[in-house]
Design a protein around this ligand. Structure first.
Ligand code: OTU
Length: 629
């Protein structure tokens, strides 16, 4: 029992001796990284656990785990570590392309994912996010986001050995394996949870349990309800009458990171996954990991220190790995998670949501404003630009930003929800409401890209909207992430309502099974699947050949047309000008607007030349990628 001290070198010597007594002498390369990263890890631990009576041992145990994990790290992964350290910005390349799928729904099993590698290469994937594949409760398990063991897979999908066999195959095909790190909560069936509830002293403080409603009521006064369909507030009652913190479903219990033993335990699970060949961890629900009475309990400073501390642990024991932040919150908060020392890459929920906003309104001004104002990132980091994910779409724009354009945030969200749920007269969208809260008027929406964009409704602009949305995600900077199946225009799956474990969660409408028929038709341009696939495939290929699309640099460009989104992507020698029309009708951009550029431009998509002195015409939902000088 000892606290950390401000004497970094004293603590360092104690910890090194402690760790070496347990795991043997540090390997030379580990010792070098220990010297490099210990001071920062120590600083973070002081910030988080500075007053905790076990702070010093906890850090010593974390370092021991890291040293042991490094000893066990397979040779091929150590090579990858060296490669990544030599090329730290690898994920910023214009050649990066992500895909996401459910193991069972897409492939059937973990091993069978390998059968699709040929297709992944055809598409050009360099990153594959396999949705949660860990052991979880039967029935509703929030799509695997209630984890019962981080070291075992769901037996229906295969084994951990299958995963360790799959990852080198993916890597050999140039594809980085990605899994979720669901570290805010475990399932109520996790061994830690069972022991905690049973009063095991070693696990007593792993979760947040209160004897009565006093503290839960106090916390609930300032927290948001995340899954109000499941339960009100942030707590659920245990059979013995006590109350446990549960932000999401009642079977997902939030961990208590104020206890350093929780950090240590999770660091162990993280390092285990690292050594299975995972290259990117998708850090689930990052905003919620630290609680403090009287606050929203979201995005508190300690949440960042914890992420940074986990990141440092990886620098010691698995330097190839990076984190992706999943913070689907206010844009001021999203950005705080992104830095080389915290999460190197992050979902871009604002651009995603505003792409849909612009499609609905046929007005690109809010999206333009976001791209101009909120696109910048720290050096060495990247956005992950997605058109939609496995979750709902929430309208996470800043009310202040909307107000500048005369838009009332509350009213606008209500309009957007009605539009995408299909309630607004004349809407092209076929979506479903998710977690509609009659008390606050809040809701989010669910649906596949094709169904939300108008293909399901038979709208004439449907296919073009799917292409346009992806073309924006591919060209603003950062890695585009495809929800696999969207590239062949898969529609909503309404049969989820007949499956009891899914019926209560409308997000299942946008998690259909692999659309075999559409995939078989992908080269047949007489079909919707074929047309969408062929056009997207062409754009993806062009993107990979366009160095200006690498990195994150972007300069705004203004046209007088509210329906037009425009931006410039500067490269080493040239600039690519992107013009995209979110309206249903053609627009003509006058030569005067483009007069800052040389008249002759390279039209990347048609492969020809464009004469800017004639202006540029864009059809409804049309766009251009122009290399200008
Ligand atoms: C994440 O999303 C996952 O993506 C969801 O699939 C899970 O249900 C959830 O965590 C719990 O593990 O509420 O509707 O950023 O928007 O973290 C999605 C805040 C979610 C939340 C986000 C969460």
């Amino acid at each position: 029992m000892a606290t950390l001290t401000a004497e970094t070198d004293t603590d360092k010597q104690f910890i090194r001796d402690w760790a070496e007594a347990r795991s043997g002498a540090f390997e030379a390369s580990f010792a070098t990284r220990f010297d490099e990263h210990f001071p920062e890890l120590h600083r973070l631990f002081l910030l988080i656990y500075g007053t905790h009576p076990d702070g010093l041992e906890a850090l010593a145990e974390v370092v021991t785990l890291a040293a042991e994990s490094w000893k066990q790290r397979p040779a091929d992964l150590r090579l990858l570590d060296a490669e990544r350290v030599a090329d730290p910005g690898w994920y910023r390349s214009e050649r990066m392309l992500g895909g996401v799928c459910y193991v069972d729904r897409y492939a059937g099993s973990i091993s069978a994912v390998a059968d699709h590698i040929g297709y992944f290469r055809e598409l050009g994937l360099t990153y594959l996010h396999l949705m949660p594949l860990f052991r979880c409760p039967e029935g509703n398990n929030d799509g695997g986001y209630a984890v019962s063991s981080y070291r075992e897979t769901d037996p229906l999908l295969g084994t951990m050995d299958d995963l360790a066999e799959l990852t080198p195959k993916l890597r050999a095909a140039g594809i980085s394996p990605v899994v979720d790190f669901i570290f805010n909560h475990t399932s109520s069936e996790h061994e830690w949870a069972r022991r905690c509830v049973a009063g095991d002293p070693a696990y007593k403080d792993f979760y947040l349990i209160f004897p009565d409603r006093t503290m839960p009521d106090a916390y609930d006064r300032t927290t948001r309800e995340i899954f109000p369909d499941d339960h009100a507030g942030s707590f659920v009652q245990l059979p013995d009458g006590r109350w446990i913190w549960s932000t999401f479903y009642h079977f997902q219990w939030d961990l208590n990171y104020a206890n350093p033993a929780v950090f240590r335990a999770m660091a162990g699970e993280m390092l285990f996954l690292a050594n299975q060949g995972i290259e990117v961890l998708r850090m689930d629900a990052v905003a919620f990991i630290w609680k403090r009475l009287g606050t929203s309990c979201e995005s508190l400073p300690e949440a960042h220190y914890l992420l940074q501390a986990f990141n440092r642990v990886l620098r010691l024991a698995a330097p190839a790995l990076i984190f992706k932040s999943e913070a689907i919150v206010h844009p001021d908060e999203v950005i705080q998670y992104i830095s080389p020392g915290e999460c190197q890459i992050s979902y871009n929920p604002l651009q995603m949501a505003l792409t849909w906003e612009a499609l609905a309104t046929r007005d690109a001004r809010l999206l333009s404003q976001a791209i101009e104002r909120r696109h910048g990132l720290p050096d060495g980091t990247a956005w992950v630009n997605y058109v939609r994910g496995h979750d709902d779409i929430g309208w996470t724009f800043a009310d202040e930003d909307a107000a500048e354009l005369g838009i009332n945030g509350f009213e606008h969200r209500r309009f957007l929800n009605n539009f995408y749920i299909g309630r607004h007269p004349g809407t092209f969208a076929r979506g479903a409401a998710f977690q509609e809260n009659p008390l606050t008027g809040d809701a989010r929406i669910a649906g596949t890209t094709a169904s939300l964009a108008g293909i399901e409704a038979g709208d004439a602009g449907g296919e073009d909207r799917v292409i346009l949305a992806h073309a924006v995600a591919m060209s603003t900077g950062g890695m585009p992430l495809l929800y696999l199946g969207d590239e062949v225009a898969q529609l909503n799956d309404y049969y989820y309502r007949d499956r009891p474990a899914e019926a209560g969660d409308s997000r299942w409408v946008n998690r259909p099974f692999r659309p075999e028929v559409a995939y078989n038709a992908r080269h047949d341009t007489r079909t919707t699947a074929g047309r969408v696939f062929t056009r997207l495939r062409h754009l993806l290929e062009l993107r990979g050949e366009t160095p200006e699309f690498g990195g994150n640099e972007l300069t705004a460009f203004h046209t007088p047309h509210p329906s037009v989104l425009a931006y410039q992507r500067p490269g080493a020698d040239h600039v690519v000008l992107v013009l995209a029309n979110f309206g249903d009708h053609p627009v003509h951009i006058e030569a005067l607007t483009l007069s800052g550029f040389a008249a002759s431009a390279e039209d990347l998509i048609s492969g020809g030349q464009a004469d800017l002195s004639q202006g540029v015409s864009l059809p409804g939902h049309g766009f251009r990628w122009l290399r200008v000088a």
